[in-house]
Design a protein around this ligand. Structure first.
Ligand code: FA5
Length: 357
């Protein structure tokens, strides 16, 4: 009697199940499947060998073999599900988009700290220079009545000199005309009134601040710009004191080799008056578009206080005299940093701002 081909089915099935349990990847499963349950498997070979058995024995052996195949196929199906799920997790992990990584490694945005704007920084430097020369720093309102901006400065209504300042009006007439100050000179009036009221003359002060004019912006003008006003009221003050202050300031701020000059001019609130110019730093005096090819840049106006202004605030012009000046702060920044076009100061182009940080 021949031995049954299924004599070792139990061990063979255990081996097949161990093989399936050892697969670690889907590739191993796909490669090994054909040897475990496919045509080249021991199970298929046993199936074929059943033909040699007696019909009665074949029936029982067939049922045994069927059972063994079911258990191995179930183990393969479970292994496939496990490995597919693990592969999905690995793929998802690989595809995960970490936005933190993108920002820090791919884009590399540099962090930069802010810094004071060039005009604010210039204002501080100017204040420092004047404080070093014995001046105090004061300020005044940007919205002024017609009285402070014009009348107290010896500019009566409808006076032709009002054309020197193209004004933004906030309110017209009744009860008072209110304007955005066109210059820092009205602060002179506030300071002198306060000194008279508190009996605290003399005055040696500078007053920086923002001014507004209906000027069309160009290489040297903005509609909102900054001035620094200077005011000295004391006994025995002369034009030589004014010229000395301006010369000292020029050398201290722009450098000892810088040229400056005073040219006769007219302002209703000073007499005599002058315009204060320095060599254009863009072309070093050669002439360029910024200085309208003159080689000089006007920084401001100045002069001895007009007796009419002293009288308007109740200061005795026989006892006290004084001078005043007013410079453009943006103009100083422009000349100090050789900025050809003043509009660059307000365009907020970060490439320009970084150069001046
Ligand atoms: C005045 O404003 C007088 N208040 C100056 C003064 C003060 C004279 C005290 C006498 C005594 P002016 O209009 O020239 O003057 O302006 C003075 C300076 O302000 C100019 O030289 C320029 O540097 C600056 N400035 C004037 N307008 C503008 C503008 N639109 N944009 C930028 N800077 C300006």
């Amino acid at each position: 009697m021949t031995a049954s081909p299924l004599a070792q089915l139990q061990e063979q099935t255990t081996d097949l199940l161990a093989t399936v349990a050892a697969w670690q990847t889907l590739d191993e499963l796909l490669e090994g499947e054909v040897f475990v349950t496919g045509k080249r498997s021991i199970l298929s070979a046993l199936q074929k060998s059943l033909g040699s058995l007696e019909p009665e024995a074949r029936k029982g052996a067939g049922a045994q073999l069927q059972e063994a195949r079911r258990s191995v196929e179930a183990a393969v199906a479970q292994k496939r599900a496990e490995l597919e799920s693990a592969a999905r997790i690995v793929a998802l992990e690989a595809d995960r988009l970490d936005l933190g990584d993108v920002v820090s490694s791919a884009v590399r945005v540099p962090y930069s700290h802010g810094h004071p704007g060039i005009v604010a920084a210039t204002q501080r430097e100017l204040e420092d220079v004047f404080v070093g020369m014995g001046f105090r720093v004061a300020d005044g309102p940007e919205v002024e009545t017609d009285w402070y901006n014009f009348e107290a400065l010896n500019i009566p209504p409808a006076h032709p000199s009002r054309g020197m300042w193209d004004t933004f009006y906030v309110e017209l007439g009744d009860p008072e005309t209110v304007v955005l100050r066109t210059h820092t000179s009205p602060t002179q009036i506030h300071l002198m009134e306060a000194a008279v009221a508190s009996d605290s003359l003399p005055i040696h002060s500078v007053m920086p601040g923002r001014c507004y004019r209906r000027d069309t912006p160009d290489a040297r003008h903005l509609a909102a710009f900054h001035q620094i006003e200077g005011l000295v009221v004391d006994r025995g003050i002369t034009f030589a004191d004014l010229a000395g202050v301006i010369d000292t300031f020029t050398k201290a701020y722009f450098g000892a080799d810088m040229q400056s000059r005073l040219r006769p001019a007219f302002f209703p609130f000073t007499e005599p008056s002058a315009e204060f110019e320095i060599t254009c730093t863009i072309c070093r005096g050669e002439g360029c578009r910024t200085c309208s090819h003159t080689g000089w840049i006007e920084l401001g106006g100045c002069g001895m206080l007009d007796p009419a202004v002293l009288a308007a605030v109740g200061i005795d012009g026989d006892e006290w005299s004084g001078f005043a000046f007013g410079f453009g702060i943006d103009r100083c920044a422009q000349m100090r940093h050789q900025i050809a076009d003043m509009r660059a100061l307000i365009e907020n182009d970060v490439r320009f701002l970084r150069q001046l940080s």
